[in-house]
Write a protein that binds this ligand. Structure first.
Ligand code: IMP
Length: 845
């Protein structure tokens, strides 16, 4: 194939673009002494922000320090980018609708090895680094697990010197800010950049037009080729904003390139001059809505046109950027699959497949087969969803309207795929019905595009995110795809970055571990195994407990500050923080809390293991049941926390506005981690890994990555309960009757009747009836009642072990020691080896 890319090699630059000469080129030098950093902070406070340096405030100096740190990272970034060109590196493009980087300051300081320097510099100004870091707002670019996973993977790519980029959307507003008023979730806009964002570089130079609507013109060119042009479109500009992602003390910095929507129209002067000020701005506002707000639900789809526009917007801009970079060094597309791999994080960016086809066929004039060959060697798709009902579909009528040429291309892809299925002589008993199941187009209830099917057909790799999840994908969700594309499916178990989730979140534990494990174990997490022998050392256990206690105190201080509740530090910190969803079964946890309450009430003089039960998490604004569960948690908290019999024994705490930076406080203080989803529903989970890494013991079901954690940690060091995924399926098949479980179990019956009798809603009768109805009358879809007894009994085991603090600590140490597998470095190394075909360079230190 020799078709020209339309690009070509650049003329020689006037600067030497090698990495070595950078400092000399422009006289820039990184002065990482305390004095050097102070100078840069002051310079930014004065010159960049226009403030008087002599009036230090946390706010001004946060910005000054952030910019001084960014100065250092941008130098690393330029060197990193140049090295990709020098090494002719294959680029890995990670496309994700969401990222959850949390706060950047402390992470950047740790990565650059500048934490102590910054501490001293600020101290010299009379400020405290911790207070200054508090000023920063969490970046509002994601909803939950999927976004945080993407951020962990970028951290690992940077740390392992993989030539990666994260592409996404630069949302003005993140997921809502959650407040709790009268026990209920109240949402307010999360205007995360209202005080500016010192971490990003706006690249007004990279302003790419993205087309929408219009129609397709078909014509024959002078060489007799049938051509398609997408015309009369509405254009929105995509402006690149780069957020830097530093590697851990290795001199590397990569970037997230996030696209902000800018209108092609400033405002309509004619309207303005006639006094129609709103009308003058209408088009601009409409266009810029695309990157205005992160879609706050991870399950149900509404606002369809906007959501589809968001997906196409960032995909189109990203692909153009990817092609621009490739074309700088290549005259043809022959090498494209050797130089580029694009990982689709869930189906949200799948429209990239028809978009690349459109570019290659319509604009670059490649023939269909060549273009398709390129496409299917470039894209790889990660599935995150087991629930068949949550797999993304788009009505064809909608795609036809917003992206008419893409709809044609999708039909053509499907047509050829169906023809290919016809050629399979595999003796399938009913090939027609197989075709209708595998078709990218679904006919009922509305003619729609099945995005997962499109992603599978258009990718060379499809991966699940935990061993069990991948098995379910292969055997339950997409069994026939697995049959027709046997080598395409694989598993890459998720992981989390130990830099943030141990080093940054839990410095006390990191220090203690570093005493026992020399060297850079944070980049080689398997080394944690060396901790195991110390689990039997009583002196080490004392110190381990001390760290946990100190972390509990820090969390207690935070809780006091935020919601005015005094935590009992002698209680077991029992925590369930994650998105609120019925399948995650916060309800099961609440039923256990009420059971404990009843037991204490029935025996006020008895001996009970004290517990402080923490909940946190956001409910999608339109998810009625999830919001009601939050109300129930807070209603139960009200009763429990105001009952004198519970003092020193049981507390319930709902922490509003769960987010990355709050997780960093909660996880190191946690002793019991609740991972209790209905088996077969959680694809992987990554919270489960963060808790165990920080020495929490897990109570959990055999779901998602819990299964692999069990293999590593050992059944004797976890609390596993409940029905397996197969048993849940069998239970449903055999006609699950939740009444049965209620009738047979007096404790459960009492708990449910208390909710029904409005013990927790005296002023709002029947408030919680939808919950009891769903459990008792509507089939209890997530099998809460079926697992109740096993859960409550397992919690008794937890209580017993907790009373033996030596044994608890021993298990806690072993949990941490055996979490080496769950570093995102391991996951990324597997992606690199098995999917991306790139070499992760060893960490330089
Ligand atoms: P991009 O890859 O075009 O997005 O450019 C990102 C950065 O890579 C630039 O700011 C340069 O630092 C570096 N870079 C771009 N083109 C070249 C090249 O041809 N040789 C070496 N470095 C380059």
């Amino acid at each position: 194939m020799t078709r020209k890319t339309g690009g070509g090699k650049q003329t020689a630059p006037s600067f030497d673009l090698s990495c070595k000469t950078f400092d000399a080129d422009i006289g820039l030098r990184e002065d990482n002494t305390v004095e050097g950093l102070k100078r840069d902070i002051i310079r930014h406070v004065v010159s960049t922000q226009g403030n008087d340096y002599a009036r230090p405030s946390d706010y001004n100096y946060y910005h000054g320090l952030a910019l001084a740190v960014r100065d250092r990272m941008i130098i690393q970034w330029i060197k990193t980018q140049r090295s990709y060109y020098k090494d002719k590196a294959k680029r890995v493009y990670y496309l994700s609708m969401e990222y959850l980087p949390g706060k950047s300051l402390m992470n950047s300081l740790h990565c650059l090895g500048l934490t102590e320097t910054a501490q001293q510099a600020l101290k010299d100004f009379g400020l405290d680094l911790e207070d200054v870091a508090e000023v920063e707002w969490d970046a509002g670019l994601g909803n939950g697990g999927l976004g945080r996973l993407a951020s962990c993977y970028l951290d690992s790519m940077a740390t392992q010197c993989i030539s990666g980029y994260g592409y996404g959307i630069r949302y003005d507003y993140g997921m809502f800010h959650q407040m709790i008023e009268n026990g209920a979730q109240v949402e307010s806009p999360d205007n995360w950049t209202k005080r500016g964002n010192p971490w990003e570089f706006d690249r007004a130079r990279y302003m790419k037009p993205v087309n929408f609507f219009g129609h397709v013109q078909t014509w024959v060119d002078d060489q007799g080729r049938l051509r398609h042009s997408w015309v009369d479109t509405q254009k929105v500009l995509a402006m690149a904003c780069d957020l830097l992602v530093p590697g851990f003390r290795n001199g590397q910095t990569i970037n997230m390139r996030l696209w902000a929507a800018k209108s092609t129209m400033d405002f309509n002067l004619e309207y303005f001059n006639t006094g129609n000020y709103i009308g003058a701005l209408e088009a601009k506002i409409r266009d810029e809505t695309i990157s205005k707000v992160l879609y706050p639900s991870d399950q149900k789809l509404t606002g369809k046109v906007l959501r589809l526009s968001q997906q196409y917007f960032f995909v189109a801009a990203s692909l153009e950027d990817i092609l621009r970079r490739y074309k700088k060094k290549h005259d043809t597309f022959d090498m494209f699959p050797e130089m580029v791999v694009i990982q689709l994080n869930d189906t949200h960016p799948t429209i990239a497949i028809p978009e690349l086809m459109r570019i290659l066929v319509d604009e670059e004039l490649l023939d269909w087969d060549t273009a398709w060959d390129i496409c299917t060697r470039v894209f790889a798709y990660t599935n995150h969803t087991i629930l068949p009902e949550a797999l993304e579909t788009w009505p064809c009528s909608l795609i036809q309207r917003v992206l008419p040429r893409h709809m044609e291309i999708i039909y053509e892809i499907n047509h050829r795929f169906m023809q290919w299925l016809d050629t399979l002589a595999d003796g399938h008993p009913d090939p027609d019905s197989r075709k209708s199941r595998l078709s990218i187009i679904q006919e009922h209830p509305e003619k729609s595009v099945r995005m997962a099917n499109l992603a599978i057909v258009g990718s060379f790799s499809v991966n699940g995110v935990a061993a069990m999840h991948t098995e379910i994908i292969k055997s339950v969700v997409f069994p026939e795809f697995h049959e027709v594309f046997p080598g395409r499916f694989r598993n890459i178990t998720n992981g989390v970055t130990p830099r943030r989730w141990l080093n940054q979140a839990n410095p006390g534990l990191t220090e203690l571990i570093s005493e026992k494990i020399p060297g850079n174990w944070l980049c080689y997490l398997d080394k944690l195994e060396q901790l195991s022998p110390h689990a039997d050392d009583p002196e080490f256990r004392v110190r381990w407990r001390k760290v946990k206690r100190a972390n509990k105190e820090l969390l207690a201080n935070y809780v006091r500050r935020k919601i005015g509740i005094e935590c009992n530090l002698d209680a077991m910190f029992d925590v369930q923080v994650k998105r609120i969803h019925e399948y995650k079964r916060q309800l099961l946890n609440v039923l256990h809390v009420i059971t404990l309450y009843n037991r204490i009430k029935a025996n006020p003089g008895g001996e009970f293991t004290p517990r402080a039960v923490f909940f946190g998490g956001k409910a999608a604004p339109s998810y009625f049941m999830a919001k009601l569960i939050i109300r129930l948690i807070n209603a139960v908290a009200d009763v429990v926390n105001n009952d004198a019999d519970m003092a020193g024994r049981l507390q319930v705490i709902f922490l509003p506005n769960y987010c990355v930076s709050q997780a960093e406080r909660i996880i190191p203080a946690t002793e019991l981690s609740e991972q209790i989803s209905t088996a077969g529903y959680e694809a992987s989970g990554t919270g489960n890994m963060k808790f165990a890494l920080n020495g929490a013991l897990t109570i959990g079901t055999l779901d998602g990555a819990n299964v692999e954690m069990l293999e590593e940690i050992g059944a004797e060091n976890m609390f596993i309960f409940g029905r397996t995924a197969d048993e849940i399926r069998d239970l449903r098949r055999s006609g699950y009757n939740p009444w049965h479980y209620c009738e047979r179990d007096p404790e459960l019956k009492k708990v449910l009747s208390m909710i029904s009798r409005n013990v927790f809603s005296p002023r709002d009768p029947d408030l919680f009836a939808p919950i009891t109805d769903s459990l008792l009358h509507n089939g209890d879809y997530y099998c809460v009642l079926a697992d109740y007894r096993a859960y409550v009994d397992c919690q008794e085991q937890v209580d017993l072990v907790y009373r033996d603090q030596e044994e608890w600590t021993r298990r806690s140490i072993l949990n941490t020691a055996r979490m080496g597998k769950f570093s995102s470095d391991r996951s990324v190394a597997e992606y690199a080896r098995d999917i991306w075909g790139v070499e992760p360079l060893a960490c330089p230190i």
